[in-house]
Design a protein around this ligand. Structure first.
Ligand code: AMP
Ligand code: GLY
Length: 429
């Protein structure tokens, strides 16, 4: 088979790495890829949202299966365009991508389908939102409706912060049309977990749970990032909690989308908070998580291409998947300054010193510059390691990190550490 992966991050490197292990693969392409992906796939310089060029490429190279990484491609309608030409592609249609593309759509859907989530109100007018806020109880959360590069969510401690959020989103329009509407919702408390499921429209396969570290600094301080590290599985998600998440959130979402004429194919990624009232959905993404994927795929025993094929063919119910008992920890190393300003182009040293078979390096912002691997993005790479339990995996991942260096390299030192010491707030016996 000829396979095309769309994207250029650590998530796509992990996908390519796993796909490459399949004996079914003849040629593997990635658009546009990165310095690490280029070592295992043929990278093609096409932007992730350039649907006409991606389609032209897939037809010309007789691509048998396409896997979509980022939401930008999905929201641009890549799945609809490929499907219209009879090409097999793994990802949700543009209409089904609204679960991520519009917070208003997602909240109204959850409300209709009785899926536990924060109580909310929708506003399309700043003065009306301000009147509501004058009488509201704080803290509360304000969200831009559309995709805002992960920055459209404001957790507001008081009226002053809320007014600022309204001003940025609806008056200054810093996210453009994504801020035409907003959701104001109750602020939930509790630990956050991610549950991802591969879906075929009617059936779904739940992947191992993961937890993500969103803030740039240790102890969850500083601004939000795309994710500075992950681990899998989450000890907070006991079998009982997972069962609640599946029966109350995942299953009704898949059934609801199907019944409403928008069958969901692709990865449903539920961001959840484990509250004292049980798990509640904070948001949906319609794609693999980054860096969740980097700590989930190393735990997959078996052929990922079989899973994607079954999902495209509506046959996920017929497939059995085995997961490694080992835990996985992924530590992201970033360019100093990220998520603000940073510089690119620094040579990356030490990759040849990572020899442990259970440690994998997934490149994100890297590129090959005349034979030298250099930094080329905020998140540079993720070092993922398998171990017997989170502590062992964490030790190995940080051991890998210690071998690497580049100018202004930065990483969090507490990935998967607190979880080992803290008593879980919820869900444990
Ligand atoms: P989202 O992009 O919707 O996942 O929001 C980003 C982050 O904002 C989440 O990971 C949470 O930490 C926080 N958040 C979102 N919604 C809520 C909520 N209703 N209550 C508390 N925190 C929230
Ligand atoms: N790590 C969170 C995300 O992929 O959105």
């Amino acid at each position: 088979m000829n396979i095309l992966v769309i994207g250029s991050g650590g998530r796509e490197h992990a996908l390519c790495w796993k796909i490459k292990q399949s004996p079914q693969v003849k040629r593997l392409y990635c658009a546009p890829g990165n310095g690490g992906i280029a070592q295992i796939a043929e990278c093609v310089d096409i932007k992730v949202d350039d649907v006409p060029l991606l389609l032209q490429f897939a037809l010309r190279k007789q691509i048998d299966l396409t896997i979509v990484g980022p939401e930008a491609s999905l929201v641009a309608g890549v799945v609809d365009a490929f499907a219209a030409k009879g090409l097999k592609i793994f990802g949700p249609s543009k209409a089904a991508s609204a679960l991520e593309g519009s917070k208003v759509f997602a909240k109204e859907f959850m409300h209709r389908r009785n899926i536990p989530t924060a109580v909310y109100k929708v506003f399309d007018d700043a003065p009306k939102a301000l009147v509501f806020l004058e009488k509201a109880q704080f803290p509360l959360v304000i969200k831009a409706d559309g995709i805002a590069a992960g920055k459209g969510v404001y957790v507001c401690a008081d009226l002053k912060e809320a007014k600022l959020a309204i001003d940025e989103i609806m008056v200054q329009k810093i996210f453009g049309a994504a801020g035409d509407r907003i959701v104001i919702e109750e602020c939930l408390q509790g630990p956050e977990v991610s549950v991802l499921a591969v879906c075929d429209g009617r059936h779904f396969l739940v992947l191992p749970t993961a937890q993500d570290y969103k803030r740039i600094f240790d102890d969850d301080l500083g601004p939000n990032t795309g994710g500075m590290g992950t681990f899998s599985p989450s000890p907070l998600v006991t079998a009982e909690v997972l069962d609640q998440i599946i029966t109350r959130v995942i299953e009704p979402t898949i059934r609801g989308m199907y019944q409403e004429g928008n069958p969901f194919k692709g990865v449903l990624f539920a961001g959840l908070m484990l509250t004292s009232d049980g798990p509640k959905a904070l948001e949906f993404n319609v794609r693999f998580g980054d860096p969740e994927t980097q700590c989930i795929l190393p735990r997959l025993n078996g052929d990922i291409v079989d899973i994607f094929q079954a999902a495209c063919d509506g046959e996920l119910n017929a497939i059995e998947v085995k997961w490694d008992e080992y835990s996985c920890v992924c530590v992201v190393i970033a360019s100093g300054g990220y998520p603000g300003k940073y510089q690119n182009g620094f040579p990356i040293n030490g990759l040849d010193k990572i020899k442990d078979e259970e440690t994998v390096v997934f490149h994100a912002g890297t590129k090959n510059d005349g034979g030298v691997l250099v930094t080329n993005g905020g998140r540079v790479m993720g070092i993922a390691a398998l171990g017997e339990g989170l502590e062992a995996a964490r030790t190995k991942a940080y051991n890998g990190v210690s071998k690497l260096s580049f100018d202004h390299m930065f990483f969090r030192r507490d990935i998967a550490s607190k979880i080992l010491k803290e008593k879980p707030a919820y869900g444990h016996n």
